[in-house]
Every structure is written in structure tokens, then in C-alpha cells.
Write a protein that binds this ligand. Structure first.
Ligand SMILES: NC(=O)c1ccc[n+]([C@@H]2O[C@H](COP(=O)([O-])OP(=O)(O)OC[C@H]3O[C@@H](n4cnc5c(N)ncnc54)[C@H](OP(=O)(O)O)[C@@H]3O)[C@@H](O)[C@H]2O)c1
Length: 258
């Protein structure tokens, strides 16, 4: 029986690499992006794969609703929430429409697509949701000289990490897996589309991100960090999160009392 995957942001970079790998692995594909011609080129180059090209803008309610309907109606084995933009900019300079676009594409769309897909996956007792975030999700404590201004983008990735971890726990025992994949810098169109040239710095290939995500699913990883050699570093973050979470009480902490 053939397997079915839906990949958002499949017109370039990591999403295109997912489409390529999943086609090679025998999946039927629903591919989403705004650049319809690229989706059609992919379909024309992969005649052995059943490809449905869906041109949709995930920064619009209509676009999200169209793709969510497909997620609810089709028996997806895999949903890859990958589409994204970054709009690195100091917050005060970030135009409201760009902030709205970012939050819709990176927060609202993956949330509503996962929501639409998950009921059917639970009924079928199988399926996986992969949310593409990034190591910048963990960059909150970094001094500002170290990274570009990116408050909304970082927040959107942190949403994907917390949502994936919490949803994964919620779905324990259902046969449905959830993963958030957190690459570092990857050689795609991502930076160049916002006018940044990162070609001189070392970057991971998009195919390696896909390899990590798919192998990470087999390993049962909820948080997959393709470029982190020592996974105990991530475990330490999560243990510290839990320690802080467990360390709270309803008493006002003494340092806030005069
Ligand atoms: N490259 C990196 O260094 C890096 C690092 C960490 C995480 N990531 C994450 O990886 C994901 C994929 O990025 P990439 O590096 O592969 O960049 P990319 O080559 O620019 O691909 C971004 C994809 O998102 C789609 N997209 C953007 N806005 C959309 C919208 N409004 N509606 C529908 N699709 C939209 C684009 O398709 P259309 O333009 O055709 O719509 C494109 O297929 C992003 O979510 C990003 O946050 C990237």
C-alpha cells in the first residue's frame, strides 16, 4: 500500500529535499507552495510518483484553510510543516504585515495543519508530523551581538518546539509521532530571499536535514537537531526546563518581596 505525505514549502530548500527523498521512498505526495510552476516541474520530473501540486499562500486564512481541509480529508502518513520566512529585523522596524506573514506561516499554519491532520492519524493509529523549526529556537539567552535581530522568528520556532513536545506527549500510545527538527544554517534560498549572502559561511545541505529528520523519527526523537553531535546537550536543556517548571510554587518568590 502506498504512503501519502504532505509537504509545505516544497518549492525549494528543505521542503524540496523532503519531496525528493519521500518520492524516492515511494510516497505519494501533496506538495504545497506559492510557486506553482516549481511544483509542476517537480511533478513532471517524477512521473513515477503521484504528485498533487497545491498552490497556496499559507500567510492567508484561505490558503491555510485549503491545506487544512486536505490534511483532514486525505489519509496522510506524514505531514511536514516546513514552509517559512524569517524577516530578520529589529522588532520596531519590522513592518506589521511582515510580522503577520511570519506568524501566520510559521505559527498559525503548522498549528492548524497539525490540528487538521491529527484526528485522522489517531483514528488510523499511525502517522507522523514533522515541524521544521531551527536551532534559533534555543537562542533566546544569546547576547544580541551574536545573532541577527530575529525576535518574532525565534519566537515562532520556540512555539514549534513547545507545541511538538507537548503534542508528542499528548499522543503517546496512539501510534502518531511528532517531531520538531532544528537545523542550524542550511544552504537554501532562505537567506538570499531576504537579501542576505551566507554563501561564505559553512552550511549544512538540505538533504542532510531530511536524513536526520527521517532517521530521528526511527530513533523516536521528538527534538531532532541535525547538527548537534552530542544529544546529551539537548537532554540537559530539557532537564533544566523541567527543573524550572517543577521549581515553581504559588508563593511569591522571596526575591520579589521588599
Ligand atoms: N535555511 C536555513 O538556514 C534554515 C535554518 C533553520 C530552519 N530553517 C527553516 O526551514 C524551513 C524551510 O526553509 P528553507 O531553508 O528551505 O528556505 P527556502 O528555500 O526559502 O524555502 C522556504 C519554503 O517556504 C515556502 N513559503 C514561504 N512563504 C510561504 C507562504 N506564504 N505560503 C506557502 N509557502 C511559503 C516557499 O515557497 P514559495 O515561495 O513557493 O511559496 C519555500 O518553498 C523554514 O521554515 C525555515 O524556518 C531554515
Amino acid at each position: 500500500m502506498s504512503k501519502l505525505a504532505l509537504v509545505t514549502g516544497a518549492t525549494s530548500g528543505i521542503g524540496a529535499a523532503f519531496a525528493e527523498r519521500l518520492a524516492a521512498d515511494g510516497y505519494d505526495l501533496v506538495l504545497v507552495g506559492r510557486r506553482r510552476e516549481r511544483l509542476e516541474e517537480f511533478a513532471a520530473a517524477h512521473t513515477e510518483t503521484k504528485v498533487r501540486a497545491v498552490a497556496a499562500d499559507l500567510s492567508t486564512d484561505d490558503g491555510i484553510d485549503t491545506v487544512a481541509r486536505i490534511c483532514a480529508e486525505e489519509p496522510l502518513d506524514l505531514l511536514v510543516n516546513n514552509a517559512g520566512v524569517a524577516h530578520y529585523m529589529p522588532l520596531a522596524e519590522l513592518p506589521a504585515d511582515k510580522a503577520r506573514e511570519l506568524v501566520k506561516v510559521k505559527v498559525l499554519a503548522p498549528t492548524l495543519l497539525a490540528r487538521a491532520a491529527v484526528a485522522g492519524m489517531q483514528e488510523r493509529g499511525r502517522g507522523a508530523i514533522v515541524n521544521v523549526a531551527g536551532m534559533i529556537a534555543f537562542s533566546g539567552p544569546a547576547p544580541h551581538a551574536q545573532l541577527p535581530r530575529r525576535a518574532v522568528y525565534a519566537g515562532s520556532l520556540a512555539h514549534l518546539v513547545a507545541m511538538s513536545q507537548t503534542l508528542s506527549a499528548e499522543l503517546e500510545g496512539t501510534g502518531v509521532r511528532v517531531q520538531v527538527v532544528c537545523p542550524g544554517v542550511v544552504a537554501t534560498e532562505f537567506h538570499e530571499r531576504q537579501g542576505l549572502d551566507l554563501s561564505a559561511i559553512p552550511r549544512m545541505g538540505a538533504a542532510d536535514v531530511v536524513t536526520a529528520a527521517l532517521r530521528g523519527l526511527e530513533l523516536g526523537e521528538v527534538v531532532c537537531a541535525p547538527g548537534v553531535e552530542d544529544p546529551s546537550l539537548l537532554d540537559a536543556v530539557f532537564q533544566a526546563d523541567l527543573a524550572a517548571f517543577a521549581g515553581q510554587s504559588t508563593e511569591l518568590a522571596s526575591r520579589y518581596r521588599r
